[in-house]
Write a protein of this length. Structure first.
Length: 315
């Protein structure tokens, strides 16, 4: 018996362990009827493995628990706490301390070696727990160019939601899909895009690649309007707090700007009320650029390519 992993008390007793031994301080009980070496505690996965040992064959993890196992981006406040376990609609809910039991109609998949609700169904279930922006971030993750063969087309995600009539807060799930976009690479990028949309400016392309006139790679741009040669970048805290990184980022913009690109950089401080003025100014600037382009075509120097076809440059 592997004592480093959770094990059933019943199996330990069958192997000759005594109740006194199993109550010893070296063991902890991550779930009733399960023991693990106390030294191994601290890993949230142990709790899930422990519950999997006592779950019925038709139980699976769901909601935020399933989302975390799938690798979906979740707000920090949802990553800890209660574990969600689902049973079929006619099955019996798991009733244990720290467990939220559900009855759900779902397809079951495997993620990280554990049974979970499918990615599509998990997305629908998350609508009951996440706000709009966080739910859009999950939808962006599902349709992302980074998912490779596991990428879900936005139309397929929407069709799945529409088939789930009667699901709680289905309207919220559908609204999130309609606001999702292929190309976002982080929840912060999603939030930035949505803030611009709230101001009436929809980003045309996400994570596009910029090349010079010779086809040499210059940079990846988080979002932009290639026909206007305008774009934005969202940078994490280290890009603003590290002087060397900041200088490097600014130097990186010189060659695209020499080709006529106008690129603005944003950070977390621009998402707070005191920094929103910069977003408003940027929206006005892009609109002005679009109005000017309607009468005087922009000089389209260099090339760019979309995230789904990075090796196919466009003028």
């Amino acid at each position: 018996m592997d004592l480093a992993s959770p094990f059933l008390v019943s199996e330990a007793r069958a192997a000759g362990a005594t109740p006194k031994q199993l109550r010893a301080g070296r063991f902890a009980a991550p779930a009733h009827g399960v023991r693990v070496l106390r030294a191994a505690l601290g890993d949230d996965r142990l709790v899930l493995d422990a519950l999997a040992l006592v779950a019925r064959d038709d139980h699976c993890f769901s909601h935020t628990t399933a989302a975390a196992l799938h690798g979906m981006p979740l707000p920090a406040r949802t990553r800890a706490g209660e574990v969600h376990v689902a049973a079929p609609t006619a099955g019996s809910r798991m009733r244990r301390r720290g467990v939220v039991g559900h009855r759900l109609r779902t397809r079951v998949e495997s993620a990280a070696g554990l049974p979970v609700t499918s990615r599509l169904d998990t997305f629908v279930h998350l609508a009951t727990l996440l706000d709009h922006g966080s739910l859009v971030a999950v939808a962006d993750w599902l349709v992302s160019h980074r998912r490779g063969p596991e990428r879900i087309e936005p139309a397929d995600l929407l069709a799945h939601c529409e088939r789930r009539r009667g699901a709680p807060r289905l309207g919220a799930a559908i609204a999130a899909v309609r606001d999702c976009a292929v190309g976002s690479e982080s929840p912060r990028e999603t939030r930035h895009r949505l803030l611009l949309e709230d101001l009436g400016l929809r980003t045309a392309e996400l994570n596009l690649t910029i090349f010079d006139e010779d086809g040499t790679f210059l940079m990846r741009l988080d979002g932009g309007w290639p026909d206007l040669r305008a774009g934005w970048e969202y940078d994490g805290e280290q890009h603003w707090s590290d002087p060397q990184q900041r200088a490097k980022d600014l130097d990186r913009l010189e060659r695209p700007q020499a080709l006529g690109w106008r690129i603005r950089k944003f950070g977390a401080h621009h998402h707070r009320p005191e920094g929103r003025a910069a977003l408003t100014d940027f929206v006005a600037e892009v609109r002005t650029r679009a109005a000017a382009a309607a009468t005087t075509p922009i000089d389209l120097r260099g090339f760019w390519s979309p995230c789904l076809a990075p090796d196919r440059p466009r003028r």
